[in-house]
Design a protein around this ligand. Structure first.
Ligand SMILES: Nc1ncnc2c1ncn2[C@@H]1O[C@H](COP(=O)(O)OP(=O)(O)O)[C@@H](O)[C@H]1O
Ligand SMILES: [Mg+2]
Length: 475
């Protein structure tokens, strides 16, 4: 065996048998001390491909040029490489189905979720995708994203505001697309792809988190309905238990046909994924050790080298790709040494191009939280419907929401809520319909606009009313 040689073995079990393996046992049997030199892929049945490298093939995965991050014509972005040097791509848009994607990025602490997310965010920026991002570690996880996404928040209230805003945009697009007789989403014709991303989603969705129920409701609904409207929802999380992510029910749909990346995991995490049927039991993935390289036993009588072994952060599996059992690694990005303040290398990934923004047609529906790119309680209050505390006020005067005499407070779901709270505001279509039903006379669009804007709900523009009327007519 020369130092440069790569060996590839094809393994076939008798028909009817399934190949199962333990990568460490196999490495030991092959007398390979460093398991990262070994790559094993299976077809989930009786075939396997075993590759033996002279050294860890993923030790250094360089991004050739940040412009390469832009989406290709099949809606995929290039995020890293497989062990065999092939590009690892991730789908954000399916031009054939006309749909956005939903996604999950899983891994234990330090596995490389947030850094991988920055690669994806930079790709989104360079592809003209509109990104709403919640960094629930108070903005510490992906600080360079702040000015490189359309709307950046760092609080659970901000995350809720983004969820509800996206949900309202979804309704608006639905009305417009129905009016145009469209059943699919065509990227940038005319609307941009809109992705909502939550880093550390477990902080929003774990048991006892104040918005768990509502957040779960929105994520599910956006995940289900958003795709054909060009709206994707993507979560990054460290989750030992899917219960920590709003229950396995929320995630099953997302995992089934979403874009799923699994970075270094813990054994409880893996057990859970398998027992929940999210990973096939037979689909064995070689575990990712924390450090690459052979483990050397050093006798207490010998001098020990005082060097850290290279880490494996950013390595994992693209479970939804064409090679789910093939180890890949995100591009190695950012400065090698920690820097004060924002990392210039990371900023260079995003480039100084423009950040795509939401289409004008949906601005009315997106509302004030988006307009001001608000965060915290302010964002929450701006987008969630107010509840009247007493019932004596009559709606009608002034702009804004319900304007009766009663005190207003934002509807705030407490942790003890038995049911997920359904969003309470009516859609524009419902409001228009209510106006039409109340009136005996024929109304023109301007009259309808006036009546709708006087119903105590959010102020809308004539264009939105016209679109809604067209859609209602076509139904
Ligand atoms: N793709 C990558 N390129 C370069 N460094 C990385 C990469 N992924 C992870 N790292 C390193 O590992 C550390 C932990 O990664 P991070 O993305 O914060 O993990 P997580 O979000 O899963 O906890 C980072 O601070 C960085 O130094
Ligand atoms: Mg992180």
């Amino acid at each position: 065996m020369t130092a440069e040689t790569i060996y590839e073995l094809t393994v076939e079990a008798p028909p009817g048998d399934l190949i199962a393996y333990d990568p460490i046992r196999l490495a030991s049997a092959l007398r390979i001390e460093d398991p990262s030199r070994l790559a094993i892929e299976t077809d989930g049945m009786n075939h396997a491909l075993v590759t033996i490298y002279p050294s860890d093939p993923l030790a250094d995965v360089e991004l050739p040029d940040p412009t390469e991050l832009a989406m290709d014509d099949q809606g995929r972005i290039w995020v890293g490489r497989y062990h065999n040097g092939r590009p690892a791509r991730m789908r954000l848009y399916d031009p054939r189905a006309g749909s956005a994607q939903r996604g999950l990025l899983f891994g234990t602490t330090g596995a490389g979720k947030s850094t991988g997310l920055q690669v994806i965010l930079a790709a989104e920026k360079r592809s003209g995708i509109v990104t709403f991002l919640s960094d629930l570690k108070g903005g510490q996880s992906v600080p360079e994203a702040r000015d490189n996404v359309d709307w950046f928040v760092t609080t659970p209230e901000g995350a809720m505001a983004q969820l509800r805003t996206v949900w309202l945009i979804m309704q608006a697009r639905q009305v417009r697309y129905a009016a145009a007789g469209r059943s699919k989403f065509l990227m940038n014709r005319p609307d941009p792809l809109l992705n909502l991303r939550i880093d550390e989603a477990n902080r929003l969705l774990e048991k006892g988190a104040p918005f768990r129920d509502e957040a779960t409701y929105y994520i599910k609904d956006i995940g289900r309905t958003g795709r054909s409207l060009g709206i994707g929802v993507h979560l990054s999380a460290q989750a030992g238990h899917l219960e920590e992510l709003g229950g396995s029910d929320t995630l099953r749909g997302m995992l089934k046909d979403g874009e799923v990346i699994l970075l270094r995991w813990t054994s409880t995490m893996m057990r859970q994924l398998v027992s929940d049927g999210l990973l096939a039991a037979g689909q064995s993935l070689a575990p990712i050790p924390k450090y690459a390289g052979a483990i050397k036993l050093i006798s207490q009588f010998e001098e020990a080298a005082d060097e850290d072994a290279p880490g494996t952060q950013g390595s994992g599996y693209l479970l939804s790709g064409h090679s789910p059992t093939s180890r890949f690694r995100f591009f190695n990005v950012g400065s090698t040494e920690p820097v004060e303040g924002l990392d210039p290398e990371m900023l260079a990934l995003y480039g100084d191009g423009p950040v795509a923004q939401l289409e004008k047609e949906s601005l009315d529906d997106a509302g004030d939280a988006y307009a001001g790119r608000l965060d915290g309680p302010e964002a929450y209050a701006a987008i969630f419907p107010m509840e009247e505390e007493d019932e004596d006020g009559e709606g009608g005067g002034g702009g804004g929401r319900k304007s009766g005499g009663g005190k207003k407070r934002a509807a705030h779901p407490g942790p003890a809520m038995p049911e997920p709270a359904k969003p309470r505001t009516r859609t524009l279509a419902e409001r228009v319909q209510a106006v039409l039903e109340d009136s005996d006379d024929d109304m023109d669009a301007a009259a309808i606009l006036e009546a709708v804007n006087a119903d105590g709900g959010r102020q809308v523009r004539l264009g939105s009313v016209r679109n809604t009327l067209t859609a209602l007519k076509n139904n």
